[in-house]
Design a protein around this ligand. Structure first.
Ligand code: EPS
Length: 396
């Protein structure tokens, strides 16, 4: 139903994001997207690049007079750092090119990065040809596409938020009662965590890692409220919502694990301590007038939403650019070397939470359109409301 693609190199002129399949008539301003781009740029532990960039989109198509047209929506995000990289990234051949590699050639490939595998696969000699696209800079364009999906979901009272639950060995406690607006609370924290005590310890760990030239990973939790029961399907493997969310999350650079609800912990417990008992809850239309006494399942059963909160945890490994570099091989000489130490972040886990929100918003908007179809927002809304009315009718 929905498709998006991104293009752009980290130090090229710009990034492009194209989303196709958004219905017509969704109210949309560039500021809605810029807000999420700014959220992605935050986070303690980021490097100097984020001081150079102020990410903003320019609509190139698909939006007119503040409303979507139903046509592909394309967005341009300029890289402000481009002016410092013209000589290195120029798409046109340059005079010096015949004399050997361009400046800032990368041959001391980083363990854990796409540098080496990409070089071999694409038969290149300069890992810059790989790393420029492998860079997490690309996630800016994902967040732009996800922001459009978020606006669409909000029209149906579905909200996507996230908070950081682990960083570099420190766990954050989940508050007993989650704030109604998770992002308003988490965005106020430099690490996007809801546990101030853990936050102080995490900041200390980031400072220590920076001093050591090391990097840190962590885990974010995405929480989606307002979903109706029945998005996704049990009938075919590729329609199961859990699988679709898993693919979307694992496609984020440096993400190594995804859990839905209790996730891996379910494997260690008995059935009685895993499954959520069901009871009647008249008046709760979106769950089908029932509720789960617990939400260990995290909002899906049988590859479909239950209508309870959708809870997804996403684990990110430490960034592979270390200022105290690891051992590697220089692919130009075949000799042992220290990996390249380019300017980078100590951690980008807070940003990853915003990216995971974007990917969740995309998968959910797609699943929603699959169930409720429609070329205009009005048509989607009518189909959605008819389904809710039927859930009410069934409950009597
Ligand atoms: C990145 C390295 C750093 C990060 C970058 C991702 O950039 P640079 O090489 O220019 O210092 O800042 O992230 C972004 C630019 C961004 O917008 O998130 C990498 O190698 O993945």
């Amino acid at each position: 139903m929905l498709r998006f693609t991104t293009a752009g190199e980290s130090h090229g002129p710009a990034l492009v994001s194209i989303l196709e399949g958004m219905p017509a008539g969704v109210p949309l301003l560039a500021a809605d997207v810029d807000l999420d781009l700014a959220r992605r740029q935050q986070g303690y532990g980021r490097g100097r690049r984020m001081q150079i960039e102020t990410d903003r989109i320019e609509f190139l198509s698909g939006v007119r007079a503040g409303e979507t047209l139903g046509s592909p929506i394309s967005m341009l995000i300029r890289n402000l750092d481009w002016k410092n990289w013209v000589e290195i990234m120029d798409p046109a051949p340059r005079d010096g090119d015949a004399g050997g590699p361009r400046k800032r050639q990368v041959t001391r490939v980083r363990p854990g990065h796409a540098d080496l595998t990409g070089l071999l696969k694409y038969d290149r000699t300069d890992a810059r040809d790989i790393l420029e696209r492998a860079s997490a800079r690309e996630t800016t364009a994902r967040v732009a596409a996800g922001a459009l999906c978020r606006v669409f979901l909000r029209e149906l009272d579905i909200r996507v938020g996230s908070h950081l639950v682990h960083l570099g060995g420190v766990d954050a406690q989940r508050p007993a009662v989650m704030p109604a607006d998770i992002n308003a609370a988490s965005d106020a924290s430099p690490l996007r965590t809801l546990d101030p005590a853990a936050e102080a310890e995490m900041i200390a760990r980031i400072d220590a890692a920076k001093k050591e030239g090391n990097t840190l990973g962590g885990i974010c939790e995405v929480v989606v409220t307002g979903l109706p029961v029945g998005l996704g399907s049990h009938v075919s493997w590729d329609r199961r919502l859990d699988g679709r969310l898993g693919q979307a999350m694992l496609s984020i650079p440096a993400v190594k694990g995804v859990e839905i609800g209790m996730g891996f912990e379910t494997a260690r417990r008995t059935g009685a301590d895993v499954h959520d008992e069901i009871e009647a809850a008249p008046g709760n239309t979106r769950t089908g007038h029932v509720r789960r006494r617990t939400n260990r399942a995290g909002g899906t059963e049988g590859g479909m939403t239950t209508g309870e909160e959708l809870v997804i945890r996403v684990a990110m490994k430490p960034i592979s650019t270390l200022m105290r570099p690891l051992g590697t091989v220089d692919v130009a000489t075949g000799q042992a070397a220290s990996a390249v130490a380019e300017r980078s972040d100590v951690t980008a886990v807070p940003a990853m939470g915003v990216i995971a929100e974007a990917m969740a918003a995309y998968v959910l908007a797609d699943a929603l359109l699959e169930k409720f179809g429609g070329d205009s927002l009005g048509e989607v809304r009518r189909n959605f409301e008819a389904y809710l009315a039927r859930l009410d009718e069934r409950a009597g």
